[in-house]
Design a protein around this ligand. Structure first.
Ligand SMILES: [Zn+2]
Ligand SMILES: [Zn+2]
Length: 315
């Protein structure tokens, strides 16, 4: 009995000792790892920094291409109710492939997670946030990489998201021709002079108008050039690119607007031609020049914004 209890005592002490040592070892190991992670950025590994820079540059290209995939999806008659989610999914797929390439190129383990697709202060840029995990020789490093991608040059998804490709909208050079789709749309809503918008045109590709401040559109030749090039304009009332993908003509984000150009002999007033007005706000405007078939139909507040105040100003 005595030997047994002594044996128990020794066994007990040993177990406690081993447990304590084990816990200490785990603690030390975790602490070292933590310190390593903290220091990597500054000292040890310029290598990681190089990889992250390379990765970030790629993110801009892949982000933009992920937006473009969503746009093409809309142009192929699909409806998007969550454009951010769709773009996120597209980007995740692209990054999975990219990670493999990076693993080979840099001989590291790389994984990533797309955290968000967000609006920015500028309607021309979308912000991507990605969590990047890199591992090499037991060094682990995590960083949230952020990059803006431009939407300039991409197609405007709003016309097809709003009216669908089946509505008859067709490509005409670098513009879209609404054919009878807008007339039908305005007629359905009992808006004034729907036939003014028969065969109206709109730019297909997002281009930022260089005539800034916009009041210069009243200067000789400017409006004509703006329409010829199909420029888009910043607008607090118009919708952002991500909401355009969902077929929304207005949204809470800082967005853009574009003139839908009518080509009509009709001279009566109709819906003002800024796209957020045609598709959502529905207030009326008058032709800038009654005798010009290609004249814009504009309300007074847009005339003011673009410096097109007078009856015969502009074109
Ligand atoms: Zn312009
Ligand atoms: Zn929006």
């Amino acid at each position: 009995m005595k030997i047994d209890s002594n044996g128990n005592l020794i066994l007990g002490t040993t177990v406690i000792l081993i447990t304590t040592l084990l816990l200490m070892a785990i603690f030390v190991f975790t602490a070292i790892n933590y310190i390593e992670n903290e220091n990597i950025d500054s000292s040890e590994n310029d290598n990681f920094k190089y990889v992250i820079d390379d990765y970030t540059r790629n993110l801009e290209v892949l982000g933009r291409s992920s937006i473009n995939d969503a746009t093409e999806w809309v142009y192929h008659t699909y409806k998007l109710s969550d454009s951010r989610g769709e773009i996120k999914k597209n980007l995740e797929k692209k990054l999975d492939k990219e990670n493999e390439k990076f693993e080979e190129k840099y001989d590291m383990k790389i994984s990533s997670e797309v955290l968000s697709v967000e609006n920015t202060d500028s309607p021309w840029k979308i912000l991507f946030k990605v969590k990047l995990n890199i591992e090499k020789n037991n060094n682990r490093y995590s960083k949230i990489v952020e990059k803006n991608a431009s939407i300039e040059g991409l197609k405007d998804p709003l016309p097809v998201a709003k009216l669908s490709v089946a509505s008859g909208i067709y490509k005409q050079g670098d513009k879209l021709n609404y054919k009878n789709a807008l007339t039908r749309y305005l007629k359905l809503r009992n808006l004034e002079s729907p036939f003014s918008y028969a065969f109206a045109t709109t730019p297909q590709f997002i281009k930022k108008c260089p005539y800034d401040p916009y009041i210069h559109h009243g200067d000789p030749g400017v409006l004509k050039d703006c329409l010829k090039n199909g420029y888009f304009h910043e607008s607090a009332d118009g919708s952002c690119y991500l909401c355009r993908l969902e077929g929304k003509a207005v949204c809470p984000h800082y967005g853009m607007e574009v003139f839908i150009q009518t080509h009509t002999p009709l001279t009566n007033g109709s819906v003002s031609c800024s796209d957020h007005v045609v598709f959502h706000d529905h207030y009326n405007g008058e032709k800038l020049n009654k005798y010009d078939f290609d004249s814009l139909i504009l309300d007074s507040s847009h005339r003011k914004k673009y410096g097109l105040g007078g009856e015969d100003d502009g074109q």
